[in-house]
Design a protein around this ligand. Structure first.
Ligand code: ZN
Length: 131
């Protein structure tokens, strides 16, 4: 029933457009064009909105990564803060401080910090065999 109503609306709109534009394009041509456009419009609209969602999702992920990799560093002159995206494998970032006009290179550094207490396994094994 809903399909019949939808088709009825499509045909009605096509007839109306055909009547309005019959002097420019011809009734049949306008009718066929309007029908095609009305039938294709939902598919085109769905495709566009799906791609928009994907693009918005990717933008969100990119912004999150940019936020994670953005470092705020004080200039040695003390009058400016550099806010720059730092990539660990890239050491070519050179920035000019607007306050002291010095050109600075921002070098990321990676350190290892022990966060667990290593177990002395040999000592544990000795205690185990003695018991
Ligand atoms: Zn400076």
């Amino acid at each position: 029933m809903r399909i019949a109503i939808s088709l009825g609306i499509v045909i009605f709109v096509s007839i109306a457009l055909g009547y309005v534009f019959h002097s420019f394009l011809g009734f049949i041509e306008t009718f066929i064009l309007a029908t095609f456009l009305q039938l294709l419009a939902p598919t085109i609209w769905n495709t566009i909105s799906k791609h928009r969602q994907t693009i918005a999702q990717l933008e969100g992920e990119i912004n999150y990564l940019v936020e994670l990799n953005t470092a705020v560093v004080d200039c040695p002159c003390g009058n400016h803060q550099f806010e720059e995206i730092i990539v660990i494998t890239d050491n070519t970032i050179e920035l000019t401080c607007p306050a002291c006009k010095g050109v600075y290179k921002l070098l990321p550094s990676v350190k290892t910090i022990l966060t667990t207490e290593p177990l002395d396994i040999e000592e544990d094994v000795k205690i185990g065999t003695e018991l």
